[in-house]
Design a protein. Structure first.
Length: 212
């Protein structure tokens, strides 16, 4: 019987549902915490801000963000965690029951189910290289971000990091491998301003032994 092929997002959903079922969501917290905390410091978050965690996985970073934008003199900040894996989203919801300012949404970076001009800041941790159509994802990010909004894309798998390239063939889904300069160019092409690439040192013990 002929079968309808899976879309690229469906393939990602299937693969990351498998990761979630194998407990990878929690392991990623241990692997990504150091670089994520350093990046969150750069985000200069304030109470009242609206933040998107794109490719939020099991939601541990979403919760870090939610604590920083919660109630303050400038209002009650909100964080939206979005992921293509419904199993990651389910785990994230389960672990975030005590948070009133988090909403998890199942969806794709290529079609962000949110209104325009909304988010003050966006964080995406070790997720951007998986997006099948990165141009489309950047168009969507530009649409949902508020004027003067700031985007923080944190990735370890890129062409200038030779060590990370061993993972390209080991992963069961396709990934983009661009250089830092190519990423800067890509963001500029999508009308983002003041684009810069920075190295975030990873002080996690055995950081090189893992990826993504
Ligand atoms: C390596 S994990 C990182 C998860 C989380 N940010 C962390 O650091 O623990 C990559 C995540 O990106 C999500 N993802 C991949 N492609 C996506 C897409 N097209 N749209 C939304 N999320 C996506 C995956 O489901 C997965 O949860």
């Amino acid at each position: 019987m002929p079968e309808k092929p899976q879309t690229p997002d469906e393939k990602l959903q299937q693969e990351f549902n498998r990761w979630a079922a194998e407990g990878e969501g929690e392991k990623m917290e241990r692997h990504h915490l150091d670089i994520t905390e350093k990046t969150i410091r750069l985000m200069n978050l304030r109470p009242g801000e609206r933040v998107l965690d794109l490719g939020c996985g099991s939601g541990w970073a979403t919760r870090l963000l939610a604590r920083l934008v919660g109630e303050g003199p400038e209002g009650f900040g909100q964080v939206v965690g979005l992921d293509v894996s419904d199993e990651m989203v389910r785990q994230a919801r389960e672990a975030s029951k005590d948070f009133e300012n988090i909403l998890y949404v199942w969806g794709s970076a290529q079609q962000i189910p949110w209104e325009e001009n909304f988010f003050d800041k966006v964080l995406s941790v070790e997720s951007f290289y998986y997006y099948p159509d990165q141009d489309r994802a950047l168009m969507e990010l530009f649409r949902v971000m508020a004027p003067r909004g700031k985007l923080f894309i944190l990735i370890n798998l890129y062409n200038d990091n030779q060590y990370s390239l061993q993972w390209v063939d080991k992963l069961k889904v396709k990934v983009h491998v661009r250089s830092a300069a190519e990423y800067v160019e890509l963001l500029q092409k999508h009308a983002f301003e003041n684009v810069e690439a920075r190295r975030i040192p990873d002080d996690t013990p055995n950081a090189r032994a893992r990826c993504c």
